[in-house]
Design a protein around this ligand. Structure first.
Ligand code: ADP
Ligand code: MG
Length: 495
């Protein structure tokens, strides 16, 4: 601390008192004291009023005028009693005023309390600054992140007033991000309140849980994927325009549907051609055989069996093509049986043995053609993987742990899938069949299964002695009462 007094006795007396507890620098006048304070800022300045060159008030004003030393507490010592002097000192910005004569005790108490308060203030200021810098840095980082994301972002308080929006929201309404602060969310986005998005946002706010929705947004005639995250202050909403993604997906699905139909037609033609050729051959044999009625009967019986097979295939494929655009109740075992009929020849010529393990389960509510394509792709992949023969095991049952879910397992003993391929398996165009595959099969499987509220899992091994692949499909089953009522739910399909 710094002590300024021109009276030598007084100075030495006060210095002695204070030196018991503090480091004291003494100065004989204001100028000297100011120089010392600049040189080495003290925790406190104790100054006499009447001094040559610069008096106590002059020193006080000089200290307060320099920011580096302005905060140092100043106590004025004066012999001038009375209100006038005291108010002059305090007005000039002194922290305290001690009138001579004062006791040692009084001096020590005042000095002690001003020094500790000053230290506390310094500490608090430093802390506050540190916090503010941290908060500012955090906030800046956060805003920069929000500006970079491709999603539009809007934060609202609990009264739905917008507290922040990034630039990307300009795409959603005709307003600038800056102009919407403080405005009502529903007013800035007309039509939002009545949309499904509005409902989902209100739900997030009321129930305090994260909600998501991908839906068509009528006011802009675009598709959006939105996530709403509640917080104690309100809600953060992220919205991404997914219209282009959906258009591309639908195009791809449509072309794959057409291609699947083409492949199926080729398989069916092949399937029908074999028995027809054999029937033609039998008719020829019957025609040229002389008299032997028993032989001719035998030819006809064989021809009948072959034609029964043709009729069987025709019936099943008719079932397939009778597909309507409305979803219906589908019996999984029957559907899988149909698919197996179509692949009968390929299965036989690959030397694949099929085992079925079908439990009686409630129906699945879905589009028949789509589910047909799902099992057709999985079974056809399995046959592709078993060129040297093998076993194809298909089971259908209700999930034990989650009743209401049907589980279809399609397991082959084929070549298996290398672990590094697994993460890419469901990507469109991923194929290891350079000339034969489109790489869309599994992607379509996943799209369809997910659109009906299901999931697809895969596990596989390429290691002898048990290589092979197992696809597990979970699909929601209708409850028995639903099946009886034949309720027609809305299509969850993409197309
Ligand atoms: P594609 O059959 O046209 O190649 P998919 O999407 O149906 O396209 O399958 C992608 C790839 O996944 C296949 O090329 C194959 O490498 C692998 N795969 C799929 N199913 C099996 C299976 N059951 N066994 C081994 N590999 C498989
Ligand atoms: Mg395939």
């Amino acid at each position: 601390m710094l002590l300024a007094d021109d009276n030598r006795d007084m100075r030495e007396y006060v210095q002695r008192l204070l030196a018991r507890r503090y480091d004291v620098t003494a100065a004989a006048d204001g100028q000297e004291a100011l120089a010392a304070a600049r040189e080495n800022p003290p925790d406190l300045v104790l100054t006499d009023v009447m001094m040559p060159r610069m008096d106590g008030f002059g020193l006080l004003r000089a200290l307060r005028a320099e920011s580096a030393i302005a905060a140092i507490p100043v106590i004025i010592l004066s012999a001038r009693a009375g209100e006038e002097a005291e108010s002059e000192g305090l007005e000039a910005g002194a922290d305290d005023y001690l009138v001579k004569p004062f006791t040692a005790r009084e001096l020590m108490a005042r000095v002690g309390s001003h020094i500790s308060m000053h230290r506390l203030r310094l500490e608090l200021t430093a802390r506050e600054h540190e916090l503010r810098t941290k908060a500012e840095a955090a906030e800046e980082q956060y805003r920069a992140m929000l500006a970079r994301i491709s999603e539009a972002f809007v934060a609202v308080d609990r009264e739905w007033r917008i507290t922040y929006a990034n630039e990307q929201i300009a795409g959603l309404s005709k307003v600038d991000a800056g102009d919407v602060i403080g405005r009502d969310l529903w007013e800035v986005f007309p039509g939002l309140a009545e949309s499904k998005f509005g409902r989902v946002y209100r739900e997030a706010m009321e129930c305090g849980r994260v909600t998501r929705l991908e839906d068509h947004y009528q006011p802009l005639d675009r598709w959006f994927h939105a996530n709403a995250y509640p917080s104690p202050d309100g809600l953060s909403i992220f919205a991404l325009d997914v219209t282009d993604k959906r258009i591309q997906q639908e195009k791809l699905l449509l072309s794959e549907k057409l291609a699947a139909t083409g492949r199926l037609a080729a398989t069916i033609a092949h399937e029908i051609n074999n028995p027809l050729e054999s029937v033609l051959n039998l008719i020829y044999l019957a025609r040229i055989s002389k008299a032997e009625i028993g032989k001719i009967r035998e030819y006809l019986a064989t021809a009948e069996r072959e034609l029964t097979r043709v009729a069987h295939i025709a019936r099943h494929t008719l079932g397939f093509y009778r597909e309507s655009s409305a979803p219906g109740d589908i019996d999984l075992p029957a559907l899988i049986e149909e698919v197996l009929t179509v692949y009968h020849s390929r299965i036989r010529s690959a030397g694949v043995e099929v085992t079925r393990d079908f439990a009686v389960v409630p129906a699945v509510h879905a589009l028949r053609g789509e589910l047909h394509q799902v099992f057709s792709n999985l079974i056809s992949n399995a046959i592709d993987a078993m060129r040297e023969g093998g076993a194809l095991r298909i089971s259908v049952r209700e999930a034990v742990d989650t009743p209401g879910k049907g589980v279809v397992v399609i397991q082959d003993t084929g070549v298996g899938i290398p672990a590094q391929h697994l993460p890419r398996l469901f990507e469109p165009f991923f194929t290891t069949k350079p000339n034969a595959g489109t790489g869309l099969g599994l992607w379509v499987v996943q799209q369809f299964v997910q659109s009906w509220g299901g999931t697809v899992n895969v596990s596989s091994s390429t290691q002898p002695p048990d290589p092979g692949t197992r696809f597990t499909i979970f699909l929601p089953l209708k409850s028995v009462s639903e099946t009886q009522n034949k309720t027609n739910g809305a299509s969850g399909g993409l197309m």
